[in-house]
Design a protein around this ligand. Structure first.
Ligand code: S0N
Length: 278
């Protein structure tokens, strides 16, 4: 693997945001809470993902959790911060209850770049759903996966249920939610929940290796494939995303440009020059 130099992009309170050639890295930085998120964490993650989306030099985003904590334990993310859970969601600085992680889940899925979760330690509750909605997951050998909703008075009936079932199957998804057990990295690999398991000290290097392999491929091909995988699960919203990419590709053609140019030149378009392909 080429060694990389990470450049810090912005000073956030709850996350770290770094970039290197082709790759952005978002690190949830609340290890004292096992990287549980509060509304501010989600706002910052959303801003970083938006920045990565808008940066044409970035093709892959790594999502991970800071650690280990001072007690030696690792966490990717332990879900919503239960200490600030109010009656209608997680309270922000102004005391407004929010469930804004749902917006982030959609943002990650519709990001036209590849998002790889690097999971060391706990990926639990809403933190488990976060890795789930990433395109790929690389787990450290110490990773622990699970849902806690029915144990702690919450549930994710969106991607957390239906997309989980698409990945691991209906029976296993129901087991995960109904029993709230914890699963090892090897168990997660066996059920198709993660793509690879590596020693914790090799986790970031492995993520970079996968990212660099992806970066050598065609950006538009990867973009359309991601939209196609989403379209299979996301109904009209998924089709809209896939269709948007079809429009993007069409805009790039001379055939599409002829329609615009003819309009601006106040003449009839000459589409006869383009074939009706088989
Ligand atoms: C992760 C666990 C298993 C780790 O256990 P361990 O190693 O024994 O550590 P602890 O001593 O328990 O924790 C260390 C310190 O970290 C704090 N902490 C851990 N998790 C959280 C958390 N989620 N919120 C706040 N604090 C947390 C501990 O309190 C402890 O601090 P100190 O040392 O000060 O006591 C274990 O920690 C665990 O089980 N954690 C709770 C996991 C959990 O239940 N998470 C919430 C699940 N629910 C959600 O995530 C909501 C999902 C969601 O966000 C959502 C979904 C759909 C629709 C809307 C929403 C939405 O709400 O936005």
């Amino acid at each position: 693997m080429d060694s990389v130099h990470w450049r810090q992009v912005h000073n956030y309170t709850d996350i770290l945001y770094h970039k290197t050639t082709g790759i952005a890295k978002i690190t949830i930085n609340r290890p004292h809470k096992r990287n549980a998120f509060r509304p501010q964490t989600i706002v910052e993650m959303s801003q970083a993902f938006e920045d990565a989306r808008n940066d044409p030099t970035i093709g892959v985003v790594l999502l991970t959790g800071a650690g280990p904590h001072t007690d030696g334990k690792y966490a990717f993310c332990a879900g919503g911060d239960q200490s600030i859970r109010g009656e209608a969601g997680y309270l922000d600085e102004q005391g407004v209850a929010r469930l804004n992680v749902l917006d982030l889940q959609r943002q990650i899925r519709s990001l036209p770049k590849v998002v790889i979760a690097l999971v060391a330690g706990y990926a639990i509750g809403g933190g488990h759903v976060l890795h789930l909605v990433c395109d790929l997951t690389i787990a450290a050998e110490n990773a622990i996966f699970g849902q806690t909703g029915p144990k702690v008075g919450s549930f994710d009936a969106g991607f957390g249920a239906s997309y989980l079932a698409r990945i691991v199957g209906q029976k296993k998804a129901r087991e995960i939610w109904f029993l709230c057990r914890q699963y090892t990295a090897q168990e997660a690999l066996a059920m198709g929940l993660v793509n690879a398991v590596v020693p914790v000290e090799a986790l970031e290097a492995e993520g970079i290796r996968w990212a660099q392999e992806i970066l050598s491929k065609s950006p538009l091909a990867i973009r359309c494939l991601k939209a196609a995988f989403n379209a299979d699960c996301d109904g009209q919203a998924g089709l809209q995303e896939l269709a948007g990419n079809a429009t993007l590709l069409y805009y790039l053609t001379q055939e599409s440009a002829e329609g615009k140019t003819a309009f601006l030149e106040k003449r009839p378009p000459n589409f006869q020059q383009f074939p009706w392909r088989p």
